[in-house]
Design a protein around this ligand. Structure first.
Ligand SMILES: [Zn+2]
Ligand SMILES: [Zn+2]
Ligand SMILES: [Zn+2]
Ligand SMILES: [Zn+2]
Length: 459
């Protein structure tokens, strides 16, 4: 029988008839809220963000260690329970900056020493995990020279900080087991713009496995972690809930490498095992303008339209890929508008629009154009970025929602109210699912913009 589209008006009843089990969990539902077991604000923010609520605001230093700062007394006293143990150590090494991983290890050691071993993080009413339940990958780390070197350097910092104290640094074996749990389970806490501002360990959520095609997403409000379902689910079964641990805007080879280096496992998700995915992500563009399909330059002809692939195209492809890889690598921290433009010129007519290196370049170009206030260029790059973001990050991803929000903001600034409204409504549709409608990103940033865009579009 032919599959026909179900008209919208009857979709709910037809859907119920088709699938016998109605989903218990709806897309957009929050399935977990969790406070961190331990967290550390990145040291580069310690003079501009509160060490407790992570808010970027005017802050005052702890008068004893002069290392951490707080936005007010309430935050300081809330943090004191955990800070009091580390405060003397931070004071001892003042004015030196402690590596974030060392401070995190110090906090974990102290937390475990003061009853943290018994603390449980719940992922369901009855399901919970303690720190010792977390994976440590002890054996792998023990055989990983890079990790061992890192741990040695952290060990030296800790010995220096925590000397002359009753809470001595644990022995190497114990320290490695704590370090392993930190490496394997640590989260980057992101602010509303998706910048990494802190490192944290959450006990309950550590039950969640990775997939490059996740059905749930983790977002943050301050240091609190929220997990939202991005697909309907039949029930709350954590063995079937997946989040992504890594940047999905990468080829399967790169993703697998990232996961192996960092989490010591080989991803066998459907996207990683599909050979097509890798080919698509690095495809050249068919020379026949009416075809537009992605091709492999090592072949002689386009598989769809049979257009010949010339040595000239082959060379242009290799050059564009090499130039792009080189420049994106060197612009890891800050992207330069002119460099992005040079790369994009090289890519035009050579790389397929969904080639991941082209998408990455557009992403860098978009941010660089915003940085230098080139709004027309930013709009152009941002619009062209949408299909790649949708394809690789997924339709329900915070980054896609934020991209729409940024486009809406620029369109509003450029007085294109109707386009602005469209993008802001798209942002709302996505961010409501990934963050929840009460999240401050929506209430403080998105809703006021949307209100303004609707008002201006109606005038
Ligand atoms: Zn605060
Ligand atoms: Zn202090
Ligand atoms: Zn995968
Ligand atoms: Zn073709």
């Amino acid at each position: 029988m032919e599959k026909r589209r179900i008209p919208m008006a009857t979709s709910s009843s037809s859907k119920a008839a088709k699938s016998p089990v109605a989903p218990q969990i709806k897309r957009g539902q929050r399935i977990l809220t969790e406070k961190p077991f331990a967290f550390v604000l990145k040291s580069k923010y310690r003079l501009e963000r509160c060490d407790n609520c992570l808010e970027a605001t005017k802050v005052l230093k702890c008068s004893n260690c002069r290392y951490v700062s707080y936005c007010n007394r309430a935050c300081q006293s809330q943090a004191w329970g955990q800070h009091k143990h580390e405060c003397p150590f931070l004071k001892k090494v003042h004015p030196r900056i402690v590596p974030d991983a060392a401070r995190m290890l110090c906090r974990l050691i102290l937390r475990l020493e003061h009853g943290g071993d018994l603390i449980r993080g719940y992922y369901t009413e009855h399901g919970s995990r303690k720190f010792r339940d977390l994976m440590s990958h002890y054996a792998e780390i023990k055989n990983d020279p890079m990790r061992l070197e890192h741990l040695d350097s952290l060990h030296a910092v800790l010995e220096d900080m925590m000397a002359e104290s009753p809470s001595t640094v644990p022995n190497k074996t114990e320290l490695m087991s704590i370090y392993g749990r930190l490496i394997t389970n640590g989260f980057n806490v992101l602010d509303a713009e998706m910048n990494s501002i802190a490192t944290a360990i959450y006990l309950g959520v550590s039950i969640t496995d990775h997939s490059c095609q996740p059905n749930a997403v983790a977002t943050f409000e301050g240091s609190e972690l929220h997990v939202h379902a991005i697909e309907d689910m039949e029930c709350l079964d954590w063995s079937k809930i997946f989040i992504s641990y890594i940047d999905l805007l990468n080829t399967p080879e790169q993703r697998r490498q990232d996961l192996k280096d960092h989490y010591y496992f080989l991803c066998v998700c459907t996207k990683c095992t599909d050979a097509q995915e890798s080919r698509e992500m690095t495809a050249a563009l068919c020379p026949n303008r009416n075809c537009g399909v992605g091709i492999n330059v090592e072949r002689t002809n386009c598989p769809r339209c049979d257009a010949g692939i010339s040595p000239k195209l082959r060379n242009a492809y290799k050059e564009a890929m090499a130039l792009t890889r080189h420049n994106l690598e060197s612009m890891k921290d800050v992207a330069y508008f002119d460099v992005c433009k040079v790369c994009l010129n090289k890519q035009t007519g050579v790389l397929h629009p969904l080639n991941v290196w082209h998408v990455k370049t557009l992403d860098a170009a978009f941010e660089a154009a915003i940085d230098v206030g080139k709004w027309t260029d930013a709009l152009d790059y941002g619009q062209r970025l949408l299909p790649g973001f949708r394809k690789y990050h997924g339709a329900w991803n915070p980054l896609l929602g934020l991209l729409h929000m940024k486009l809406g903001k620029i369109q509003l600034f450029e007085q294109h109210a109707k386009e602005a409204r469209h993008h802001l409504e798209e942002a709302q549709r996505i961010l409501t699912v990934t963050h929840g409608r009460d999240h401050r990103l929506l209430s403080e940033q998105l809703y006021p913009l949307l209100l303004q865009a609707r008002h201006e579009a109606n005038n």
